[in-house]
Design a protein around this ligand. Structure first.
Ligand SMILES: Cc1cc2nc3c(=O)[nH]c(=O)nc-3n(C[C@H](O)[C@H](O)[C@H](O)COP(=O)(O)O)c2cc1C
Length: 182
């Protein structure tokens, strides 16, 4: 399951169906969160709707190149306070878990899910009237797999799962290792 999830860029431009969206958001719904606070929030728009153009317009040019053929775009946010105004210091952590559930579910449905930090977060906040207590975290492209041949050459070469550092490089017992301080 973990090795099968990766971040392709080739998509065919077909809009996601209501059923597909419902299933990926349902997966996010079941993520664990501190005190079951469920701080994740998703603002989404389907390909072919005015809302899609709005989210698309926030993307960095490098992401626009391949997101033109996404089936939906999703802005991921986290509320940083509960209904009583108490701080939720782990809201970004919890929302990360929700995004991973969404991505794994997308993959299980044969869909692409690709996270992006390359977008204008301050403009997203302004244009979508995001209040101060919500944190704008990430954009996600969802879509039906497409033909990599349609990608620009540079991206086509990167259209393969990539690798990771060995587990030993990020686990330790005891204090924070000197070698991690860079
Ligand atoms: C928070 C976040 C931001 C990312 N931003 C971008 C981005 O702006 N553009 C892009 O093409 N990929 C982006 N990626 C995809 C990562 O480069 C990718 O997840 C990473 O290289 C690991 O590859 P994999 O997801 O295929 O396993 C982002 C991923 C995450 C989780």
């Amino acid at each position: 399951m973990f090795l099968e999830r990766w971040s392709p860029r080739a998509m065919n431009g077909e809009p996601l169906t209501e059923g597909q969206l419902q299933q990926v958001f349902e997966a996010a719904r079941w993520a664990p969160s501190s005190g079951n606070s469920q701080p994740w929030r998703f603002l989404y728009a389907v390909q072919g709707t005015p809302g899609f153009e709005g989210l698309f317009g926030l993307l960095a040019d490098g992401n626009k190149v391949w997101c033109r053929r996404a089936g939906a775009l999703v802005l991921v946010l986290a509320t940083t306070r509960d209904a009583r105004g108490n701080a939720l210091p782990t809201s970004a952590f919890d929302t990360g878990a929700a995004w991973m559930a969404l991505a794994l579910q997308a993959r299980a449905l044969g869909l692409v899910a690709h996270g992006m930090a390359g977008f204008d977060a301050p403009r997203a906040r302004a244009e979508l009237q995001v209040p101060e207590e919500a944190q704008v975290l990430c954009m996600v492209a969802l879509g039906h797999p497409g033909d990599p041949a349609q990608l620009p050459e540079k991206l086509r070469d990167r259209e393969v799962p990539n690798d990771r550092q060995a587990v030993e490089t990020f686990i330790a017992q005891g204090a924070f290792p000197e070698g991690w301080k860079r």
